[in-house]
Design a protein around this ligand. Structure first.
Ligand code: AMP
Ligand code: ZN
Ligand code: ZN
Length: 446
């Protein structure tokens, strides 16, 4: 086991953890080469667009550029203009902007954060919902359950931080869904157990402190996550004043982050990427599964407001009865597993259930009417709907390093972000991903 520093400069504990794949020899080489790397980094060496300069060095970090990627949960593609956000406006002028970042289906938080970092559609990386039932294991996954989110056996694919660490490049995440799991036995060198109450400024200052570490410990890939916009848009609606206020809060967070990055001696070699996992759309009424179908026949039910999966252990007769009954459910698409539209990538996936129900906005679905505390409200905004709906689309803005100022892209599928980051960092991407570098080549300087 390798001992790591247990606290970063902001005073937040960087959790010490074992990383079984970390080759001790590599770490020693990095330490010996620290002085040389400092010299290279402090000289503001221009960002190499490929891994060749680093590959030529014995220290895999030396001369390598930096990527900082921030997720603004629920930040819809139109918010920069709709809410007049100065930092993001400036960032897109100085860098690149896609018309939107198109999420994978379902348009939920965990599936899409994981698509962004793996380059895979949800149906291929297997994180097919914020809540899932796995019939093979008879186990339930839910994002509120830290034991489940930290259990890598739920996930397929290789997140970008695993790609980096395996190639000797350090990564750090101040929250990113799934960064608490040792995927393929590897976690980011620095990560945090999720705690939504941690102050935004503390998150930014911690990320900046990581970037100010000595070269041998300094991450070249830093991820950050802010949920203010998603929280407000769920509660007040995607176009509410409160959501605008939350967008202004995260815009200020980015102002602080950009200011801090600009102070770094290697600022020129940092690419800052801002993404979101999905947008939100207004919602009102909720419909209930058990008004239409008896749930007693099921082996499991997952109902996550915008969709539901019903499991019958493959029983044909029960499946047919449920499909016939649910066809009466209005504002809903009801498919047998084998009929789920191909474009969703879930057909044949056991975690999609025997029957898949997808609602049309502004309608939601729940299992049953249940008593709620006084004052409880389901909220005025949601996501999880068809990823073809423009309201479900998020944002992609990148600036600095190898990004061409003033460049633009059309709608960009979020699976293309992984190969983009791999390229910026000079990493060999995992094979067989759904994304490709061609999609973002127009915004690269060379
Ligand atoms: P959603 O239900 O899709 O709107 O999920 C958004 C919520 O996920 C936010 O309110 C966050 O608090 C929560 N969240 C984000 N990251 C994590 C994490 N790593 N572990 C648990 N919950 C998270
Ligand atoms: Zn989200
Ligand atoms: Zn949300």
């Amino acid at each position: 086991m390798i001992r790591r520093p247990s606290a970063d400069a902001s005073g937040f504990d960087a959790l010490a953890h074992s990383r079984t794949r970390a080759p001790v020899r590599l770490v020693r080489v990095a330490t010996l080469a620290a002085l040389a790397a400092t010299a290279a980094a402090c000289g503001g060496v221009p960002a190499p667009a490929t891994g060749s300069p680093a590959a030529a060095s014995r220290d895999p970090q030396a001369g390598r550029p930096y990527v900082v990627m921030i997720s603004l949960d629920g930040f819809r593609h139109d918010y920069v203009e709709r809410f007049t956000l100065p930092t993001l406006t400036r960032m897109q002028r100085e860098g690149a902007r896609a018309r939107s970042l198109v999420p994978t289906f379902p348009t939920k938080t965990f599936p899409n954060h994981y698509s962004i970092v793996t380059g895979l559609q949800a149906g291929r990386h297997q994180l097919v919902g914020n809540e899932m039932w796995d019939p093979a294991r008879s186990r339930r996954y839910g994002i509120w359950n830290h034991a489940a989110t930290g259990d890598a056996s739920w996930y397929a694919g290789e997140p970008i931080w695993v790609t980096a660490e395996r190639q000797g490049v350090k990564a750090a995440a101040f929250f990113w869904p799934t960064s608490d799991a040792a995927i393929g036995g590897v976690r980011p060198s620095r990560w945090k157990p999720y705690d939504g109450k941690v102050d935004n400024t503390a998150r930014v200052d911690s990320m900046l402190a990581w970037l100010a570490l000595p070269p041998a410990q300094r991450p070249h890939l830093v991820l950050g996550y802010f949920s203010d916009v998603d929280d407000a848009a769920h509660r007040y609606g995607p176009e509410a004043l409160e959501t605008r206020a939350a967008a202004i809060v995260v815009d200020r967070v980015l102002y602080r982050l950009r200011g801090g990055i600009a102070q770094l001696p290697f600022a020129d070699s940092v690419t800052l990427i801002v993404v979101s996992d999905h947008g939100l759309t207004p919602v009102d009424s909720t419909l209930y599964l058990d008004d239409y179908v008896s749930l007693g026949d099921t082996t499991a039910v997952v109902a996550t407001s915008t969709s539901a999966q019903l499991f019958y252990g493959g029983d044909r007769a029960k499946t047919e009865r449920a499909v016939a009954a649910l066809r009466r459910l209005p504002h809903a698409h009801v498919w047998r597993n084998g009929e789920i539209p191909e474009r969703f990538g879930l057909r044949g996936n056991p975690r999609a259930g025997d029957v898949y129900v997808l609602m049309d906005p502004p309608f939601s679905i729940d299992r049953t009417r249940r008593p709620r505390p006084a004052g409880w409200s389901p909220g005025l905004g949601n996501h999880g709907y068809d990823n073809a709906l423009p309201d479900m689309h998020g944002v992609f803005i990148a600036a600095g390093g190898a990004v061409r100022p003033g460049s633009t892209l059309g709608p960009l599928e979020n699976v293309h972000v992984y190969p983009f980051i791999a390229h910026l960092l000079g990493l060999r991407p995992a094979a067989g991903i759904d994304g490709n570098l061609e999609a973002t080549r127009p915004i690269l300087l060379r």
